[in-house]
Design a protein around this ligand. Structure first.
Ligand SMILES: NC(=O)c1ccc[n+]([C@@H]2O[C@H](COP(=O)([O-])OP(=O)(O)OC[C@H]3O[C@@H](n4cnc5c(N)ncnc54)[C@H](O)[C@@H]3O)[C@@H](O)[C@H]2O)c1
Ligand SMILES: [Fe+2]
Length: 345
């Protein structure tokens, strides 16, 4: 569903999916604690609002803990509604899957390891850009790796795209998450995995991003509308292709330093002129035009061992590298080259 104010149809949308008196769980980004949005959440019967602490990006341990609490308290639940940014949406997807698939969520980090459909799940973004609302993954940091549960059971059953929910997001956060979408477009459109499906959505998303961050001179409600659709189309674009260098490198930062996805991608993309010359030039223009600061020197003073950890995580993202530079990527992307890149961040 798409439209301003459509959040208020949530009650009607979920009601056919209620099973007996099993509750609906509303997993809400902790930013909305004590905010007026909470009064609009259609809580009925045993339903419960659970606030998602997204100070750090989702961890498998967090997914397992929340799932266990829900099972202990209710046994079965009717469904889960994730309301928030990419982190909250990913948590909701993961909890839905772990409600029905045995074992810890870390067992399912990878491709097509999930065996059973999850419980009914709804995604409602409050930030635009990640594409988590449409993707077939939910990114989790586990004991040994940061990797999503990629599967046909991962996408939401229903998404509600209400641009009013993204109004008033902090300027920097909105830019970083918006740039996640821009970077998805560049990485998809210049990648070797490109096909007509990804191209159609990627070009549309890129056009919408440009309207918001290049053409507009002031943020208004139209920007929220445009960016929400950009995020959707950008997510669709990578669903049938892959992301590339910025994501592969920023995963290393995130694993070692906890750098968040949006800002981490910006820190890396800023230095990728060798791979994406036109995209990086336009990115720098958008940074300047929108008065955003991109952190510098965040890897200063790290040890050889810490650089190695980041390099290992990054080189593990094989499909991303293959998409970015081709089948012979291992010849082109050496450890030395990556080390030099990490040192510039
Ligand atoms: N599943 C996917 O396909 C996919 C793709 C890209 C990124 N991701 C994941 O998404 C996460 C990043 O998501 P994100 O960039 O949307 O940020 P986020 O969900 O991590 O939230 C960032 C901050 O913004 C706050 N916030 C959320 N909505 C707000 C609003 N309307 N107003 C004010 N503050 C608000 C949050 O409380 C948090 O402090 C990462 O965990 C990343 O791994 C997933
Ligand atoms: Fe991303």
């Amino acid at each position: 569903m798409y439209g301003r104010g459509c959040f208020d149809q949530l009650d009607e949308i979920i009601s056919p999916h209620r099973v007996g008196n099993q509750p609906m769980i509303f997993l809400v980004d902790h930013f909305f604690k004590n905010k007026s949005l909470i009064d609009r959440v259609p809580v009925r019967g045993l339903d419960k609002i659970v606030f998602a602490d997204v100070t750090h990006e989702p961890k498998t341990s967090q997914v397992d803990a929340i799932t266990k609490e829900l099972k202990d308290e209710f046994g079965l639940i009717s469904g889960i509604v994730g309301i928030g940014g990419g982190s909250t949406m990913d948590l909701a997807k993961a909890i839905s899957l772990i409600m029905t698939n045995p074992g810890p969520s870390s067992d399912y980090q990878g491709w097509d390891l999930v065996k059973f459909p999850g419980i009914y799940k709804v995604g409602i973004p409050t930030l635009s850009g990640t594409g988590a609302e449409v993707s077939r993954t939910c990114v989790l940091t586990g004991p040994t790796k940061k990797l999503g549960m990629n599967s046909d059971f991962t996408p939401f059953d229903q998404i509600i795209l209400d641009p009013e929910l993204t109004a008033n997001a902090p300027v920097n956060q909105r830019f970083y998450t918006g740039m996640d979408c821009y970077i998805h477009c560049i990485e998809s459109l210049t990648g070797t995995y490109l096909n007509e499906f990804s191209k159609s959505y990627g070009e549309k998303a890129l056009q919408l991003c440009r309207k918001v961050f290049v053409e507009k001179n002031k943020w208004d409600s139209e920007c929220d509308d445009l960016l929400m659709m950009a995020s959707y189309a950008g997510g669709m674009s990578i669903a049938y292709s892959q992301v590339g260098v910025a994501h592969a490198v920023s995963y290393g930062l995130s694993y070692l330093l906890g750098t968040k996805h949006g800002i981490g991608n910006c820190i890396v993309f800023d230095k990728l002129e060798e791979f994406y010359p036109e995209g990086v030039a336009e990115f720098k223009y958008m940074v300047e035009k929108n008065n955003i600061e991109i952190p510098q020197h965040i890897t200063k003073g790290l040890t050889d061992q810490q650089f190695d950890t980041m390099i290992n995580v990054s080189l593990g993202m094989k499909p991303l590298w293959e998409n970015a530079v081709g089948k012979d990527w291992e010849k082109k992307i050496t450890r030395e080259k990556l080390r030099a890149l990490y040192e510039r961040l």
